[in-house]
Design a protein around this ligand. Structure first.
Ligand code: HEM
Length: 350
């Protein structure tokens, strides 16, 4: 098994989630960055050893064949998106994911900047979210988030690809979705109503007894037990994010898994419902605005990339890395989409 990237690290105080699409002709520069990103992480992280800086890189299905020859991870595909009777969630573009974690936003930011600078003229950042840790690991709904994550060997088994796909053993699938919460509506509920929606007590974070927890509760919807009675887990590293002025705030959901079929089953149940409930009640207070699936290959894979397709000139990549990367001019950034995503072009910003 290849040495995994730092997928399973303890919770940090801060994270930056960067999702980018690769521009036409940007493949060679992206390959260069993939090979170099751990050195960048070391440059920032060695100076700040107490801040536990880490960066996991994920690659999307559409990008894979543009970057590498050879096989693709067996279960890598595009995030499907789900349209249920009441709620739906979109699939949004994403060729690259950088999940940057540290105890300080400043350290995350420094590494994000180094990455974005190298992606200039090669890729476009389509979503950038700065996450923070809230009180007692709570999300902005006020509930402790992450409690039921597996630990130790169980966590490794839940997230790492093994012998079922030997060429990619040590890698991990990564699913991300950005959810917005209408907090005023949520806060208008009583605590008891909220607890029935989540399936846990709010203050003390105990799971509600089975005869109290409704089938539409978030915990019930996300408890996946197969025909043999085996429970299937994922490891979540969700982070709150948001701006208070416009109330654009929510939960950045990120899940690592050995197979995307597990979180996909969860989403199927959440959005399309089960025999017992039409959908997950958390969705009445959570709107997904992005959704993408990636594969985070092992660190060994990144250290020794497969050959590039013949269309990609691997030699003589001329990446212009200025000493300081100025903020991208906002007026140069085309705003696409339904207004829910800020899409900024990294191009032409020198
Ligand atoms: C559990 C919040 C989205 C999967 C929980 C818990 C909270 C929570 C508070 C209970 C404590 C815990 O065990 O962590 C949220 C919020 C979301 C969100 C605010 C965004 C709106 C999702 C999504 C999935 C998911 C999209 C999967 C596709 C899970 C799982 C559990 C869980 C597997 C543990 C269930 C168990 O107890 O076994 N979530 N979640 N969550 N959530 Fe979410």
């Amino acid at each position: 098994m290849g040495e995994p990237q730092r997928v399973l690290v303890p919770l940090t105080q801060a994270a930056i989630f960067l999702v980018a699409t690769i521009d036409e002709g940007g493949e060679a520069a992206v390959r260069e960055l993939l090979a170099e990103v751990d050195d960048l992480r070391k440059s920032v992280g060695f100076r700040t050893p107490d801040q536990n800086l880490s960066c996991v890189v994920g690659i999307g299905h559409r990008a894979w064949g543009r970057l590498f020859t050879g096989p693709e991870p067996a279960e890598l595909h595009e995030f499907p998106g789900y349209a249920g009777p009441v709620h739906s969630c979109p699939a949004t573009p994403g060729d690259l994911l950088f999940h940057i974690r540290s105890e300080m936003t400043g350290t995350c930011y420094e590494l994000a900047m180094a990455i974005a600078t190298r992606l200039r003229d090669a890729a476009t950042v389509v979503d950038e979210t700065s996450g923070f840790r809230y009180f007692e690991q709570r999300d902005l709904l006020g509930f402790v988030d992450g409690t039921a994550n597996p630990e130790g060997g169980a966590a490794e088994a839940a997230v790492l690809v093994g012998d079922e796909d030997p060429a990619f053993a040590g890698g991990s699938y990564v699913m991300v979705q950005k959810y917005l919460h209408p907090l005023d509506e949520w806060n208008a509920l009583t605590i008891e109503e909220q607890e029935l929606i989540i399936g846990r007590t709010k203050l003390s974070d105990y799971e509600l007894p089975d005869d109290v927890k409704p089938p539409s509760s978030h915990v019930t919807m996300n408890t996946i037990v197969d025909a043999d009675g085996v429970e299937h887990d994922i490891v979540r590293a969700n982070m709150p994010f948001g701006t208070v002025g416009d109330g654009r705030l929510g939960t950045y959901y990120i899940a690592y898994c050995a197979t995307p079929s597990v979180p996909e089953k969860m989403l199927e149940r959440m959005f399309l419902g089960t025999d017992e409930a039409p959908y997950d009640r958390i969705l009445d207070f959570s709107t997904a605005v992005t959704g993408s699936l990636f594969f985070a290959p092992s660190a060994d894979f990144l250290g020794d990339l497969p050959d590039a397709p013949s269309s990609v000139a691997d030699e003589d990549v001329d990446i212009d890395v200025p000493e300081f990367a100025p903020v991208i001019a906002a007026e140069a950034a085309p705003v696409v989409s339904d207004g829910s995503l800020s899409i900024g072009s990294m191009k032409g910003s020198n």
